[in-house]
Design a protein around this ligand. Structure first.
Ligand SMILES: Nc1ncnc2c1ncn2[C@@H]1O[C@H](COP(=O)(O)OP(=O)(O)OP(=O)(O)O)[C@@H](O)[C@H]1O
Length: 118
């Protein structure tokens, strides 16, 4: 299973993203927000530094949601029953997504403040 051809690994990765798109409402919402942010960037044409910062934070939110989905699916498969430790693990993963989501919001507010000062 290790060291497969790059086109196969790309296919597995796209498969994971498609799965999250179909099954996770929060991933769809975050992707829509990312597309709206991309439109704002295209319209306002900020400096390359802002492009980099915003792309980085937006990508981090989407990646965190995919990690969260991976963890949820793994835990649900390995331990379908309720358990306090599963709750802690899932809550921590959800917390990571929240932290990155709030970070992205703060970055976007800073960006808007720099584009539309005072
Ligand atoms: N097996 C479990 N044992 C204990 N608590 C659980 C278990 N599964 C879920 N929970 C609790 O329910 C919350 C939601 O978990 P769930 O797996 O339903 O994610 P979700 O609400 O579908 O999240 P997302 O919208 O990101 O997919 C968890 O954060 C946790 O607090």
């Amino acid at each position: 299973m290790k060291n497969k051809a790059i086109h196969l690994r790309l296919g597995f990765a796209l498969n994971g993203i498609l799965f999250a798109l179909k099954s996770e409402a929060s991933f769809r919402t975050q992707l829509l927000a990312a597309m709206a942010i991309a439109i704002v960037l295209i319209v306002t044409r900020p400096s390359p530094v802002w492009w980099g910062i915003i792309i980085l934070t937006t990508g981090a939110v989407l990646a965190a949601e995919l990690f969260n989905t991976a963890l949820e699916k793994t835990l649900d498969h390995l331990h379908p029953a309720q358990h306090p430790q599963i709750k802690l693990a899932k809550d921590a993963a959800a917390g990571a997504v929240l932290v990155l989501g709030l970070t992205a919001i703060l970055v976007f507010i800073s960006f808007l403040a720099s584009v539309f000062p005072g």
